[in-house]
Design a protein around this ligand. Structure first.
Ligand code: C5P
Length: 222
């Protein structure tokens, strides 16, 4: 069977990583969460007190940074210079700053190069904002996942409560909408549906239904 590339893009908290992980597991493919790479850089830059507006400072940090993504029991493990930062990169401060880091052209160019290297051998499910448009434009399956802001905030809220994290639905809705705006309006590789991508609105769908749709598209192509 052919080992293809599956690109999953969409706005914040649309459920991309949840379904990407399940699809990758079903196919025994590798799963690459590209958002985690931007988050890892953001975390390191904040820790070093860098100016997130300065492309030069960010590039200096990135050029001396190793980011590894490994499969773990409960999701992807993110190693930053060999240290597990899987939890730290989900902190509110990182979430609210990452879109500013991801706006810089040189940062994106380097990240895209690293992401393409991860996908070199095929058999990959990659999620992000520019996978179908820039990182893997020749991906055999391209999906654009959507859901209303209300639904996405509600899902994140439920997830936070289950994990015992403090959570406020209104704040989540504002944060998600703000991040979508920056990601969609930036000059370099903005969030948008790739040509040939299949749009799936997950507002009224279960995780299983979304997985089934993507598996259906995939099985047609392998
Ligand atoms: O997917 P996640 O929400 O973790 O991504 C965090 C942020 O990283 C996004 O809001 C976006 O600013 C940036 N990102 C990006 N391009 C990608 C993946 C993520 O710009 N391919």
């Amino acid at each position: 069977m052919k080992r293809i590339s599956i690109a999953i893009d969409g706005p914040a908290a649309a459920g991309k990583s949840t379904v990407a992980k399940i699809v990758a597991e079903k196919l025994s493919y590798i799963y690459i969460d590209t958002g985690a790479m931007y988050r890892a850089l953001t975390y390191k830059a904040i820790s070093k007190g860098a100016c997130l507006e300065s492309e030069g400072e960010l590039m200096e940090i990135l050029s001396a940074t190793e980011i590894e993504l490994l499969p773990g029991e409960s999701g992807q493990i993110v190693l930053l210079d060999g240290q597990d930062v899987s939890t730290e990169i989900r902190m509110e401060q990182v979430t609210n700053s990452v879109s500013f880091v991801a706006r810089h052209e040189a940062v994106r160019k380097e990240m895209v190069k690293r992401q393409q290297r991860f996908a070199e051998k095929g058999g990959v499910v990659m999620d992000g904002r520019d996978i179908g448009t820039h990182v893997l434009p020749d991906a055999e399956v391209k999906v654009f996942l959507l859901a209303s802001v209300e639904k996405r905030a509600q899902r994140r809220h439920t997830e936070n409560i289950q994990k015992g994290f403090p959570s406020n639905l209104d704040t989540l809705m504002e944060d998600i909408a703000r991040r979508d705006k920056i990601d969609s309006e930036r000059e370099v590789a903005p969030l948008k549906k790739a040509s040939g991508a299949i749009e799936i609105d997950t507002t009224l769908l279960s995780i299983q239904q979304v997985v089934d749709k993507i598996m259906g598209l995939t099985l047609e192509r392998i």
